[in-house]
Design a protein around this ligand. Sequence first.
Ligand code: 13P
Ligand code: SF4
Length: 355
Amino acid sequence: MTAEAIINRSYSLPKEQIPPTVVEEISNDERAELTQKIKSQLKQQNAVLVAHYYTEPDLQVLADETGGYVSDSLDMARFGHESNAETLVVCGVKFMGETAKILNPEKRILMPDLNANCSLDLGCPGDEFSAFCDAHPGHTVVVYANTSAAVKARADWMVTSGSAVDVIKHLAAEGKKIIWAPDKYLGDYVQKETGAEMLIWQGACIVHEEFKGKELETLREHHPDAKVLVHPESPGAVIAQADVVSSTTGIIKAVTEMDAKEFIVATDNGIFHKMKQAAPGKTLIEAPTAGKSATCISCAHCPWMAMNSLRKLSQVLESGKNEVFVESDIAQRAQRSIQRLLDFTKDQKKLAGDA
Ligand code: 13P
Ligand code: SF4
């Protein structure tokens, strides 16, 4: 395929390739039994859980209770990198496990389900992306965390939703032209915020893409005082109505820090567990995914995040199966683009502290 055909083609995943969102049902007795078992498995194996906010509450509770960590993709990477544990059990999706392995080659990385992927990762095949980059020399290649190790290896920088605007602003100030992949909505948002010259890959998150601008307008009419919090993987018509556009961590922070009592939230509804903990008195409303113009598939819960469960977690700790490996040549090259971001965010924190 030519580079022109690549940039003009949509990399949204066809509906047939999206698995249904299935949350494993579990009785209270089994939950209690598995929780106890996993706690001792983690201790025996000097292992910690690193979970994303979108995973099931049972896993988040367990991570919190056992010295593990629940956060966004940037902080998951940071925590894993700084942890002394010999094994990191990543409850999330494939790119999170790979990032953990790339940053910690000496550690054992396990995942409850190796089929847990991401439509952005699947929508950016390494060979096509590489051909596209080759066809556009003179560009700085910036990729979102939600990509394969091979795509990160081809990039100059990896960014996350919480860092994309700052990194692109920094590169634009240096006069750099950008290749951006894979999320088109995040790419458009970053482009608007920074004014950078960007070639944008046409991938999308199947969860956030379902949020609907028209239906959100109607919902806001019924809740005129509600603040609207939006993850930047959402379509432009949704972002345009946001009071806050931010990463998952930023969205949780906004609920705790803003004075409003009601919030409309446009991101995966797995986030409500932490949000309710962080701001118990506030009313949280899901942004609409369905309406006259929509047939929701994930209905605001990522099918791949939902593949993580207590049962599977206990099984991998027992069997040692589902270990994540990344080919060493790819890992070494991908490590550079990830480390650049970690160094950049560290410097930014320092500057903010000094200010
Ligand atoms: P965050 O980095 O904001 O947690 O986003 C990761 C993700 O997969 C959102 O869909
Ligand atoms: Fe990927 Fe979207 Fe799932 Fe996040 S919510 S892991 S971007 S498919």
